[in-house]
Design a protein around this ligand. Structure first.
Ligand SMILES: CC(C)(COP(=O)(O)OP(=O)(O)OC[C@H]1O[C@@H](n2cnc3c(N)ncnc32)[C@H](O)[C@@H]1OP(=O)(O)O)[C@@H](O)C(=O)NCCC(=O)NCCS
Length: 152
C-alpha cells in the first residue's frame, strides 16, 4: 500500500519549544553532532527556514536551511526518523523548503552531503540536484562532502 505523507501527519514551522526534540532527532539520525545552540542559531538567522513534520504529537522529521547568498538557499539539515522513511516525508519537507525559498526570491539551492551517504545522494539526485564538486575532509571525521546544487 502506498502511504501518502498527508495521511501520516503534517508540516508546521519550527518553534523554540521543539529544540530538544529536534536536537535529539538530529543526533539519532545524522553523523555530525549538533547542540541545541547550533540549531537555535539557524532558527534565529532565518526562522521560517526550519520546518518540522509531526505525526500525532511526535516530531518525526525536520528540515533546516539558510540563505547562502542573496539568491542562493542552502539545506543545512534534513532528517526523518528511521521508521518513518520512504513514506514521502523527506520529499514533503524539501518541497516545503523550496516554496519558502521561492517566496524569498531565491533562485537556486545548494547542500553538502557525505560522499558515502548513498541513500541521501540518490534522494537528492531524484529531486534534481547534481554534484558540482567534492570537498575533501569537510566533516569532523575528515570524510569528504559532495556539494550538490539545483535551480529552483
Ligand atoms: C534522506 C532522507 C531525509 C529521506 O527521507 P524520506 O522521508 O525517506 O524521503 P522520501 O520518503 O520522500 O523518499 C525516499 C525514497 O522513498 C521513496 N518513496 C517516497 N514515498 C514512497 C512511498 N509512499 N512508498 C514507497 N516509496 C516511497 C522515494 O521515491 C525515495 O526514493 P529514492 O531515495 O530512491 O529517491 C532520510 O533517508 C534520512 O533521514 N536519512 C538520514 C539522514 C540523512 O542522511 N540526511 C541527509 C543529510 S545531507
Amino acid at each position: 500500500m502506498v502511504v501518502r505523507p498527508a495521511e501520516i501527519g503534517r508540516i508546521r514551522t519550527f518553534i523554540p519549544d521543539d529544540l530538544t526534540d529536534i536536537t535529539e532527532l538530529s543526533n539519532r539520525t545524522l553523523t555530525e553532532y549538533y547542540t541545541p545552540d547550533i540549531i537555535y542559531d539557524i532558527y534565529r538567522a532565518w526562522p521560517e527556514s526550519i520546518s518540522v513534520y509531526v505525526a500525532g504529537k511526535r516530531i518525526v522529521g525536520f528540515i533546516a536551511g539558510a540563505k547562502y547568498t542573496r539568491t542562493e538557499g542552502r539545506i543545512l539539515l534534513l532528517a526523518v526518523e528511521r521508521e518513518y522513511r520512504t513514506m514521502g516525508i523527506g520529499s514533503a519537507l524539501m518541497e516545503h523548503f523550496f516554496e519558502i525559498c521561492r517566496k524569498n526570491s531565491l533562485l537556486s539551492i545548494r547542500l553538502e552531503v557525505k560522499s558515502d551517504n548513498a541513500e541521501a545522494i540518490r534522494f537528492y539526485r531524484r529531486y534534481g540536484f547534481s554534484v558540482t564538486h567534492t570537498m575533501p575532509g569537510y566533516y569532523s571525521d575528515m570524510s569528504d562532502a559532495l556539494l550538490m546544487w539545483r535551480m529552483l
